[in-house]
Write a protein that binds this ligand. Sequence first.
Ligand code: ADP
Length: 404
Amino acid sequence: MDDHVITLNAGSSSIKFALYANGDEWPKMLATGQIEALGLIPEFEVRRAGDKNKTKRTLDGADAPKNHSDGVKIILGWLESAFPGLRVGAVGHRVVHGGKKYSHPTVVDDAVLRDLESFTPLAPLHEPPNVAGIVAAKKAFPGVPQIACFDTAFHRTQPFVADTYGLAPQFYDEGVRRYGFHGLSYEYITRRLADIAGQNADITNRVIICHLGSGASLAGAKRGKGISCTLGFSPLEGLPMGTRCGQIDPGVLLYLMQQKQMSASEISDLLYKKSGLKGMSGVSNDMRDLEASADPRARQAIDYFIYRIQREIGSLMAALGGLDTLVFTAGIGSNSPTVRAEVCQGLGWAGVELDGQANKSRGTELISAANSRVRVYCLQTDEEAMIAQHTLRVAGLAKAVAAE
Ligand code: ADP
């Protein structure tokens, strides 16, 4: 039973995990769960495949994990009791930043771990907990390969003009680049699309994927390879998100510093946590709340979200030289027919026409009208499955070897 892999996604105060077995096309998910509020009063939540509901318990007293290492031990303990005889063949980690060096999933040895630590200045909020998760898993699973899967890797195929800012080359050379994120989601969607396309290769020719979750971005892909992403150096660029501002004139930052004497940490707090849908509406960062709200500022926030998506689609179409397929995914993209309809309403000029019924019917993947020049899909993303597939392959455990 050592063709099982665990995926870990370690955040600053949470660890999400899943257990997978080898499968024919995609790995088979056996269980998922998470520990939340690490270091406070953590909650441990698990669900086995086939179960309708999650089981949740509070980890208090002597049980309470204080750090990632304690958390991984608790996850391992639960997995061993739930799946007696389980032998884990590899652990796959979601790592937000692979810098300019890592364009593929990689086995983490000491040198790679040092590289990942050195990327902290590029992703100060995300990289340290990702690294802590790897260190904890190395301790808990001695001798088991640890595979880092990067959210930036998908975009490393983008050309220089999509990878750079208009700064002197020394900045590019030291790593001030447009890395892009949500890469594991984009990779999963492009592979799903290739499966759907089969022999009809036109479908994967010029593709725009709208990953609209609490973090939101768009990416352009040509035959499965990333060519440009709305996210750049940090997860702040591009679309407005749940609490992040998206595109902003750097002159605004100078104004905040020079005229309002705001410190770097105050500006960071404003741009990451108090902007986007939440900051604009004053209502919520959750699209469901905004759609249900009668507050005109909630409507304005949605209007701005839609407007930016449409503008960025136009911009990516120019970079792609046209558009064959448009995909909606992630929390908002998969679940809000209203957002999909409003985005597409403004794209008739681009050859996009939705089938209103298909768009509203849950689980329907192809949602464009029969006469639409551009095919429009609504697809569920699955970053964990992507990590599991990479992990099985890189660790040499895969049954079906997925093409790179
Ligand atoms: P994350 O970036 O945290 O992975 P998700 O992809 O899970 O986020 O997306 C979460 C967001 O999806 C929520 O904040 C909410 O705005 C949105 N969402 C989920 N369900 C719906 C729905 N039925 N209608 C509109 N928005 C939804």
